[in-house]
Every structure is written in structure tokens, then in C-alpha cells.
Design a protein around this ligand. Structure first.
Ligand SMILES: [Cu+2]
Length: 174
């Protein structure tokens, strides 16, 4: 009886692993856990995911596009030598053969600059990834709550000294 229970537990765990593992049959690019922070119209947002390259050839992520924002850029958050978190625009992000890019808060992300509408928990929108070699990949992005909202441009931050930043730095950076 005890053995049987153990066996069924093991089988259950195997099926969970199979379910969450990559569906790698097509040998191309695949994204997992694609999500965005909540945000407000005219503010900024960020998209995160884990991107897998299931092919034996290295490639590069060279851009992203979406109707949701005025401008869409590849960014990397980094702590500079003064200990300040900054966001650096990336012209491309390398993706090794059978490798992955982890986009998460505090690291790589897809920056949405000038949102065309509010992003509320449960909303979805589309983002298209562009690669150097692989075909474009269009993804459904789910908006998750709990993200820190980015301040809209305008009233609150046309003070001096901050204008060289693309997004206000007073809020936590993606
Ligand atoms: Cu950014």
C-alpha cells in the first residue's frame, strides 16, 4: 500500500515535469512566463520572460515591437560604479545555441515607453520579438499585478537635471 502511494506520487511528479518542460519539437525560439508590469497610460512599462533557443545555432535578439507603446526598446538594468541602478539600451542580446535569455526585474527587459493605455492586472497584449536569423516571434503578454507602477512623464518630473533620463529614476527601475 505504502509502495503504491510512493509510486503514484512519483508518477505525478514525472507528469508535472513533463508538463512544465519545454515543448522543443519545433527547434526554434520559445518564450515562457511572458508577463508585464501594471502601468498607466503615458507612463512606461516592462515585459519579462524566459526565452529559449532550441536550435543548434547561436542567434541574437535585435529588437521588439508592440502597438501598446510609442517606443519599444531592449534594455538591461545594471548597478553602475556609483551604486545607482541604471537602464542601458541594448542594440542586441546574444542568444547562444540551445541557450536562453532570462528577462527579469533588475536585468534584461523589454521597455515599453509611452504606454497607449493603462495596463491592469489580467490585461493581455502582443509583443513581437525580432531576431538576427530566426523568424519573428509574436507573443501574448499577460499583465500581472504586484509590479511597481512607473510614473507617467509630465507634470511630476520636468524638473532640472533629470531630463537626460528616458524614464524617471525616482521609481524602482525594472
Ligand atoms: Cu528599461
Amino acid at each position: 500500500m505504502k509502495e503504491q502511494l510512493r509510486l503514484s506520487l512519483a508518477l505525478a511528479m514525472v507528469s508535472i515535469v513533463l508538463f512544465t518542460a519545454c515543448q522543443s519539437s519545433h527547434g526554434g525560439m520559445e518564450a515562457h512566463e511572458v508577463w508585464a508590469r501594471t502601468g498607466v497610460k503615458d507612463g512606461n512599462g516592462a515585459v519579462y520572460m524566459v526565452l529559449h533557443n532550441h536550435s543548434n545555432r547561436a542567434d541574437e535578439l535585435v529588437g521588439a515591437a508592440s502597438d501598446i507603446a510609442q517606443t519599444v526598446e531592449l534594455h538591461k538594468s545594471e548597478v553602475n560604479d556609483q551604486g545607482v541602478m541604471v537602464m542601458l539600451k541594448q542594440d542586441s542580446i546574444p542568444l547562444s545555441a540551445n541557450g536562453e535569455i532570462v528577462m527579469q526585474p533588475g536585468g534584461y527587459h523589454i521597455m515599453l515607453i509611452g504606454l497607449k493605455r493603462d495596463l491592469k492586472e489580467g490585461d493581455t497584449f502582443k509583443v513581437t520579438l525580432k531576431f538576427k536569423s530566426s523568424p519573428d516571434l509574436t507573443l501574448d503578454v499577460a499583465v500581472r499585478g504586484g509590479g511597481m507602477e512607473m510614473q507617467p512623464h509630465g507634470e511630476h518630473d520636468h524638473g532640472s537635471g533629470e531630463h537626460e533620463h528616458e524614464h524617471p529614476m525616482s521609481t524602482p527601475t525594472p
